[in-house]
Design a binder for this molecule. Structure first.
Ligand code: PHE
Length: 503
């Protein structure tokens, strides 16, 4: 592993032009497909308004502390995750590489494919192409779903075409760098996203029955709070939705000027993401309420989760609208596309920053190579077997990979480096000091304990019965090996010498 030498500041590191630019980019990474359709469903399923209690507990005890941690080390060490971790302790550089590798060569590959679906549906909205049976349209005609992950099937050309568009957009934005690419894009994307969501909510409110749906979404059922699953769901939602544990916030914070209120920014990012998720949920459930009223079906029957919600239930509802159906569809799928791209560029940047830090290749070359590789790597998810591949890889990466990486990150900063040292740095630059209870205690004890619990319960569940009912072989060869290969790649890259000695 690389042997760091004493610390000096890098003179020419890119910087955000404004404090706002940084916040918008961080919020852009956090608000994504997960916040828009996953939050609403998980909330409804886990006690409606009562779910906000475990959600906020998870936010305060895990989300904000980890966000402060990532902002803090990125800012103090002025480096991407591998560089910052290597500066914290030379033996931990591999962990930084692992996080950015499994998000770049794993999560974003299929995340971009889901954005590509949204782009296709944006187009389909213009002609309401899903017709009378959006379910059959989505799974059979559009995805061409095969019998399972072992049958790859054919490449779906509309998805492939849309994937080219998504990667071209990612490439174009990150190519122009932190200030002129990412910051500029988010300064357009985030206000646009807020407007689109408000339009959707306002529009939904005019539909008969929508209020009912919104009330069903938020109706508190406090008895659900005794169910551990509700708490588990709240914690696992927090890490993914705030883009924590992937080295993204570390890279973004490394572009901050010396003067930056890290404590305040961590709260702002987390709370804005939550507010947007909540409000977007109103639109989603309002629409479902309208659909229930129109079809006369019980509400429970019109609710679907995950992709079914966006690509089956929503198109169904759009077809039922009295007028301006096309425009409604365009607004909805544009919202998802914009939210998705603002997240995917943050992933690309996290890896790109890491490569530039270590090997000093020019940004433009790194971004171009990564975008081509990202596109090529995504093709497998754009096939008939793609949906099951996506499901398996997502389960392994965003559960096992993410949980394990977050635990190790807490061990590194909380125990090896020392949580109090990080706190001293954060407090030296923040207007309001962070206390032990918000940083040291969660990082050293609480977050590792919660994540270990999540990890162990996943292992037990997966051993008892194969995840998703997939064949064991497929789970091991696709899911487990994806993790192992990214880990090996990380170890190999970490062993390469730094182009310039690490300062
Ligand atoms: N936070 C994003 C969402 O809610 C997802 C994401 C995960 C983005 C990992 C970047 C990295 O959808």
């Amino acid at each position: 592993m690389a042997q760091p030498t004493p610390q000096t500041m890098e003179p020419h590191r890119a910087q955000w032009k404004t404090q706002w630019g940084f916040l918008l980019a961080a919020v852009g990474s956090a608000i994504g497909l997960g916040s828009i359709w996953r939050f609403a469903y998980v909330c409804y399923e886990n006690g409606g308004g009562a779910y906000l209690i475990p959600y906020f507990v998870a936010l305060v005890t895990a989300g904000v502390p980890l966000m402060i941690l990532e902002y803090g080390i990125g800012h103090q060490m002025r480096g991407s995750a591998p560089m910052s971790f290597a500066k914290l302790s030379p033996h931990w550089e591999w962990l930084g590489w692992w996080t950015v590798t499994f998000v770049m060569f794993g999560i974003v590959l299929y995340y971009a494919v889901v954005i590509a679906w949204c782009v296709c549906y944006l187009w389909f909205s213009l002609s309401l192409a899903w017709g009378a049976d959006p379910n059959a349209f989505f799974f059979q005609q559009f995805l061409g779903v095969t019998a399972g992950p072992q049958v790859i099937g054919d490449i779906r050309s509309p998805i492939l075409l849309a994937l080219v568009i998504v990667w071209a957009a990612n490439w174009l934005i990150v190519f122009f760098g932190v200030e002129h690419g990412i910051e500029k894009a988010n300064k357009i994307f985030m206000p646009l996203l807020m407007i689109l969501i408000l339009v959707l909510v306002g529009w939904t409110l005019t539909l008969p029955g929508s209020m009912d749906g919104m009330l069903r979404y938020l109706k508190p059922d406090f008895s659900r709070l005794t169910d551990p699953k509700v708490w588990v769901d709240a914690y696992s939602q927090i890490f993914f939705t705030l883009s924590l544990g992937f080295g993204i916030m570390v890279a973004y914070a490394s572009y901050l000027p010396k003067k930056a209120d890290l404590h305040r920014d961590a709260w702002v990012t987390s709370l804005v993401d939550t507010a947007v998720s909540l409000v977007a949920g109103l639109a989603v459930f309002g629409t479902l309420g309208y659909m229930a009223a129109q079809t006369g079906k019980p509400f429970e029957q019109v609710v679907q989760h995950g992709i079914g919600l966006a690509f089956v239930a929503y198109p169904q509802a759009i077809s039922l609208l009295p007028h301006l159906q096309q425009a409604f569809g365009v607004v909805f799928f544009l919202t998802l596309t914009v939210a998705g791209i603002a997240s995917s560029i943050s992933i690309l940047e996290a890896f790109c920053a890491a490569v530039m830090d270590k090997f000093h290749y020019p940004r433009k070359t790194v971004v171009t190579v990564l975008s081509v590789v990202g596109f090529l790597g995504g093709i497998v998810f754009a096939t008939g077997g793609g949906l099951s591949w996506l499901d398996i890889v997502d389960h392994f990466l965003s559960h096992y990979g993410l949980f394990l990486a977050c635990i190790l990150q807490c061990v590194l900063v909380g125990w090896v480096y020392g949580a109090h040292r990080l706190r001293e740095h954060v407090n030296a630059v923040s207007a309001t000091p962070v206390g032990k209870w918000l940083l040291d205690v969660p990082i050293r004890y609480l977050i590792p304990a919660v994540l270990a619990y999540l990890l162990i319960s996943d292992v037990i569940k997966d051993i008892r019965e194969p995840y998703g009912g997939y064949p064991w072989m497929a789970l091991l060869l696709i899911g487990r090996d994806w993790l192992v290969v990214t880990l090996l790649a990380a170890l190999i890259i970490a062993m390469r010498p730094w182009r310039k000695p690490l300062k």
